[in-house]
Write a protein that binds this ligand. Sequence first.
Ligand code: SIN
Length: 419
Amino acid sequence: MKVAALSGLFAERAVDERDIHRVREGMATEVTRIADPDTAWSMRVTRVIPAAAAKDGVNSFPVLAEAAPPEWWRPGMSGVARSQAGHRSLAWIVTHGVVDYRRLAPPRLAPCGRRRKLPPRKGETDMAVQPMHTGPRYRGGVMTGGDYRRIGVRKVTPVIGAEISGLDLAGPLDEATQAELERALAENLVVFFRDQKITGEQQLAFGRRFGALQAHPLAPHEAGLDELMVVKADEGSARVNGEEWHTDMSAESQPPMGSILYMKVCPPVGGDTLFASMYAAWETLSDRMKAHLEGLTALHDGEFVYRGTYGHLGIKDREAYAQSNHPVARTHPVTGRRALYVNRRFTTRINGLPKEESDALLAYLFQHLENPLFQCRFAWQEGSIAFWDNRCTQHRAMWDYWPHQRYATRVTIFGETPA
Ligand code: SIN
C-alpha cells in the first residue's frame, strides 16, 4: 500500500492522544493514537525520536489530519491499525517510503469450541509465519550522563559494561573521583579495572567506600578476613562458584547492592565471566507480560542453593539459610529504572500462581534474560577487577579451563530491601 492510501484512511482526523515515554538520555519513544469515528478505525503509531525533541515538543510529527506527507513516514516506523470492534486489524511498517501492511483476522477456531488454530484463509497472511521487521529488539542501551573528568570510561557494549582507566585502587580515592565511579557503575551496570595490585585489606577498604560489607553465608573466606570470600577452582574441584546465571545472595532479605571480584590467578585461557543487564531483560518484555508480572513476588531460596554445596571443602552446613520474597521486577534506587529480579539459581516460585504456571513463567523468564543482546563478556587477566551492581545485573562464570587453576577474592556490599 502506498503512503497516500494509508494516510488517506485517516485523512483529516484529529490526533486522539499522544504519549511520550521512556524518555532517557538521548532517546524517547513517541506513541500517537489516532481515531476515526466515522470508519471506527484507530491507529497507533510508534516512533523513536531524540529525547531533546521530546522535551521541547520540537520535531513532533505533523498531525495526520493533514494527511501525513510522504516525507513524514520513516523506514522502520510501524504500528497497528485496528477497527474499534476489535475484530479486524492492519499491521503496517514503513519500508523505503512505502507502507507495507498485512491484513489480520482473529484466529479461526475449529468447530465445537476446540481451540485448535486453523490454517489461514485464502489471501490471509499468517503473521506467526511471516514476522514483521520492526527494527532492533532493544533500543534502550546507550546511557551516559556526559564526560568524565577524573577517570577514563570505555564502554564494552552499548548495553552493559565499561572499562575504567586512570585509577589505582590501592591508593586513596577522593570524593569527586568516587562520585564519577558511582556514575560509571550506574550507567554501565558493571565496571572493569585492569592491572591492579591490591591486598585483601585494600580490597575490603575499597568495598567499604560503597557500603557495609556482607559476609557470604557459607562460602570459604581468606583466613582472618570473614568478608573476603574465596572463589577458587582447580583440577580437583567438584564445582565452581557462579556456574549458573544468578545475582549474588538474592535469598537474603537485603541482598547485596554490589560485588567486587579481584583476579589473582588466571587460567592461560578461558574463565571469563558473562554479565547481563536486567534492565534490558525487563524493558524488552511485552507490555502485556510486564503488566502480568507487575506486583508479583517470587521466593528466593537459600536452602535450595547452599545446603551441602561446600561439603567437599569440609565446610559444615548452617542450621537454616535465608529465604525471601522479592518483587519480580524491582526499581533501582539510584537510576529509577525497572529491572527483572528473578534468577535461575535462587528463584524457585512466583507467589500467588499455580505451581505449573509459576514453573512455566520462570522457565520463560530465565530463557529470556539470557539473550546475548543483553550481555557483555569479560576476559580476565591477573590483576583485573570487576565491580558489578547486583540490583540490575546477573552474571555467570565459565568453567571451561579445567584442569587449570583460577583464584579470585570477592567482597560483597550490602544493599537495600528490593522494592
Ligand atoms: C561469582 O558468582 O561471584 C563468581 C563469578 C566469577 O567467578 O567469575
